[in-house]
Design a protein around this ligand. Structure first.
Ligand SMILES: [Zn+2]
Length: 430
């Protein structure tokens, strides 16, 4: 494994500046390309699984977090409020309260449930500067978040589906979970008492933990229990990864929450015509974008899966005579949505340029023969050589290879298909 901070600088992915502040990295173009690919991937995974994406502001009134419980149980991690014209406004510590309000903004029928909303949005954590580093501990976080509002009997299925989405994303990203943890309250938690770390009532907590256990068991997933690691509003499944130094952290999470639906008085009209309270399932497929990309860097070095690679194709003219054809290939690749670069003949010997671009998944060397015949000879970064093909054909081939969805188009390899079909039939308007 690699240290993502060192490699991030070498590959020009991200950096930081003391004038911006610690824990506030910025993304350079190559890093931004990876981040965008990941964000688009998540948006597409979610679309296929029946989520509707929303946007909500990164600020909220202090009162919002008093109602959600963050103010009393989580304020150590929050920034102090800003006083604006007598109103106290806070940088949000989570997206959940906003999503609860989005749900509450419309009346809902049981027919719309499960109602799944998701957002790639900013949240803020007041970390001390001593613990900050690279992309893993930051003060401004871009979170892949999602909330499913559903009836009690839908919870188990939704948790299982969320676990499967996480599984699918890990396969596509080429990363592995080191273990699954069921994070529960500590034994002396005294849930619901004013001094407790946890809000709600013990019965709801036990029920939520039971639902999570059932989902893990029915999915055949081995897990360990961790006492004292629950969120303040409910137990959760944490999916753990390990960094280059062997330190473990949570990337993805699935949580069952009875508290916030009650705190925000959320309702739906049931088949019996009466008002019922939905359950809120919180889930994050890849966690924070910062931590996910840090992990991808450490696992893959610079050799990212083709769909994530900052540059997917490098075009290498052997001499100045092929520069014009090379530029044409680049233009046609750009038109196909391929991230492409031209390594000009005057930038060094062919061998040196190939070495320089060794992490790029596809390399196209253009010599006099290829230029004259209008052919492209593609070389994979593992050294595999493809038969020369007409330029358009070769580029179409690459276009397919850098699209994470081409592979999942066949039914046998598309675990999310049943979800997508079901989602179409019950997708409710917000
Ligand atoms: Zn949440």
């Amino acid at each position: 494994m690699y240290d993502h901070r060192k490699l991030g600088r070498e590959l020009g992915l991200f950096d930081s500046d003391p004038l911006i502040g610690s824990g506030l990295p910025y993304w350079l173009p190559a890093g931004a390309a990876i981040r965008q690919a990941l964000e688009r991937y998540i948006a597409e995974v979610e679309r296929r699984a029946g989520y509707q994406q929303v946007y909500s502001p990164v600020l909220g009134k202090r009162e919002l977090y008093e109602i959600s419980g963050h103010w009393s149980k989580y304020s150590d991690d929050m920034y102090p409020p800003m006083d604006i014209g007598g109103e106290q406004v806070v940088l949000r510590p989570s997206l959940c309260p906003h999503h609860a309000l989005i749900y509450r903004s419309r009346a809902h029928s049981y027919r719309e449930l499960p109602l799944r909303i998701s957002e790639l949005g900013g949240m803020y954590r007041s970390e001390l500067s001593g613990v900050l580093g690279g992309l893993t501990r930051v003060r401004a976080i871009q979170l892949n978040d999602g909330h499913i509002f559903c009836s009690l009997d839908q919870v188990a299925g939704e948790v299982r589906d969320a676990l499967e989405l996480i599984n699918q994303a890990y396969r596509d990203m080429g990363i592995k979970a080191v273990r699954y943890v069921l994070s529960l309250p500590s034994e002396d938690a005294q849930i619901g008492s004013p001094d407790s770390k946890y809000v709600g009532d013990p019965d709801s907590w036990a029920q939520a933990a039971g639902l999570l256990k059932d989902a893990l068991d029915s999915a055949g997933i081995d897990y360990e229990e961790a006492l004292g690691e629950a969120a303040f509003y409910g137990p959760k499944i944490d999916i753990q990864i390990e960094d280059a130094a062997g330190r473990e952290s949570s990337l993805s999470t699935v949580q069952v929450d009875f508290h916030q639906p009650a705190a925000f008085n959320l309702e739906y009209i049931g088949a019996d015509g009466n008002k019922h309270r939905p359950v809120m399932v919180h889930r994050s497929i890849v966690g924070s974008i910062e931590r996910a990309v840090a992990h991808l860097i450490e696992v893959h070095g610079g050799a990212f899966p083709a769909w994530l690679a900052p540059v997917q194709l490098v075009v290498l003219p052997i001499s100045d005579a092929e520069e014009k054809v090379a530029a044409d290939v680049v233009r046609r690749a750009v038109d196909r949505g391929i991230r492409v670069e031209l390594a000009h003949a005057d930038e060094g010997s062919l061998g040196a340029r190939i070495r320089e671009n060794r992490h790029v998944p596809f390399q196209a060397v253009i010599g006099a023969r290829e230029a004259a015949a209008g052919l492209l000879a593609i070389r994979h970064r593992d050294g595999q050589q493809v038969e020369p093909a007409p330029i358009g054909e070769a580029l179409d081939e690459i276009r397919g290879a850098v699209d994470p969805w081409v592979r999942t188009a066949s039914p046998s390899q598309s675990p999310s298909q049943p979800q997508a079909e079901r989602a179409d039939s019950n997708r409710g308007a917000l």
